[in-house]
Design a binder for this molecule. Structure first.
Ligand code: AHM
Ligand code: MG
Length: 339
């Protein structure tokens, strides 16, 4: 008999539900929280896709053709995610890269047990030039007692305590990629039916990558060890094969590419930013969790990102993330040795 040409279509809702059934003790709250995030991603996606037209549509004044006030896209994404999370009764507190303090659900709204940390629209310098951008999220369980609003302490947990993490890539297609600690799964958005469909089950990243991604404009500001590392990636040290450079300036896009094809993303410390540029809680830790779940590794150059215990909400960290052999090379080189 000829094989059927029909491929089973798995929506993200269906997939999350199937995963939940693997855990009889699950209450469904985490699944619902993931749906809330997927819904926010759809709303943000629809605005990202209109971004180039926003000025035209909004040219008549501060109100666009839908009667909405025209907002900057990153502010819009931030408000959309908060709106989706803070009124559904699944979170105790959230924190956004765009807001100075953690935010609890408004009075009279139910309090949940989860904590969500997110970068609503990363790579925002790329919005106006029509390049890929993304949203990143990390989910923890609250650690403070009680049923009241969550506190800063709930947000300051090491990456190893994450129960889920993911990102949305607004690229040539829109993808949502997430892990709950049982592998990494990717879903591609089908705008014709308004659903994220399973397209990349159980993503595994190669142990050695062909690409390196770093802003080489910062070369003069790096330590000699980081300069040595990048020379090794370029193949200028004959003991190491040359890699290809790929850097868009959008972390989610660069990370996603390396996750699928193998590679290493680096944002090292430099003389201007001694802790690097990227934020531990909204960018480094969630991508570290995803990468490790796909068989990769993430380091701050001296040890695992997931082991860092944060002391401040907007704390920065150097980041070396991707194929395990390449990140180990980064650690060894920064420590002044060859692996
Ligand atoms: P943002 O959160 O303000 O968008 O900044 C984060 C972005 C990352 O997406 C990207 O990897 C990095 O900044 C690029 O920085 P640089 O321009 O210094 O290379
Ligand atoms: Mg960011």
């Amino acid at each position: 008999m000829r094989p059927s040409r029909f491929t089973r279509i798995v929506t993200i809702e269906r997939f999350i539900m199937d995963q939940e059934h693997l855990h009889p003790e699950a209450t469904g709250e985490l699944s619902n929280l993931l749906y809330d995030i997927a819904l926010a991603a759809k709303v943000i996606n629809s605005h990202v896709r209109m971004a180039g037209l926003a000025d035209i549509l909004g040219a008549a004044g501060p109100v666009n053709v839908q009667g909405e006030i025209v907002q900057k896209l990153d502010q819009f994404a931030n408000e959309t995610i908060k709106d989706s999370l803070l009124h559904a009764g699944r979170v105790a507190v959230v924190a956004s890269e765009e807001d100075p303090e953690p935010i609890a659900p408004p009075a009279d709204y139910p309090i949940g047990k989860y904590v969500v940390l997110f970068d609503p629209l990363d790579g925002s310098s790329n919005i106006d030039v029509n390049m890929s951008i993304g949203s990143i999220f990390a989910i923890h369980r609250r650690v403070t007692d009680g049923r009241g609003p969550g506190l800063l302490r709930d947000c300051l947990q090491p990456g190893s305590a994450q129960v889920a993490a993911g990102y949305v890539l607004y690229g040539s297609s829109t993808m949502l990629v997430y892990t709950t600690g049982h592998g990494v799964h990717g879903f591609t958005y089908d705008s014709t039916i308004g659903e994220f469909l399973l397209s990349h089950p159980d993503v595994r990243t190669p142990a050695v990558g062909a690409c390196y991604s770093v802003n080489e404009g910062n070369f003069p500001h790096w330590s000699p060890e980081v300069q040595t590392l990048v020379r090794r990636f370029k193949g200028l040290d004959e003991r190491y094969p040359a890699k290809t450079a790929r850097y868009t300036g959008s972390l989610v896009a660069d990370f996603h590419r390396n996750l699928l094809v193998g590679g290493v993303f680096c944002y090292p410390p430099d003389a201007k930013s001694p802790q690097g540029k990227l934020r531990l809680l909204y960018e480094c830790a969630p991508l570290a969790f995803i990468c490790e779940q796909a068989g990769g590794y993430a380091s701050d150059g001296t040890g695992p990102i997931l082991d860092i215990v944060p002391t401040a909400l907007h704390q920065r960290s150097p980041l070396f993330v991707g194929s395990v052999t390449d990140v180990k090379l980064a650690e060894a080189t920064i420590a002044g040795r060859a692996p």
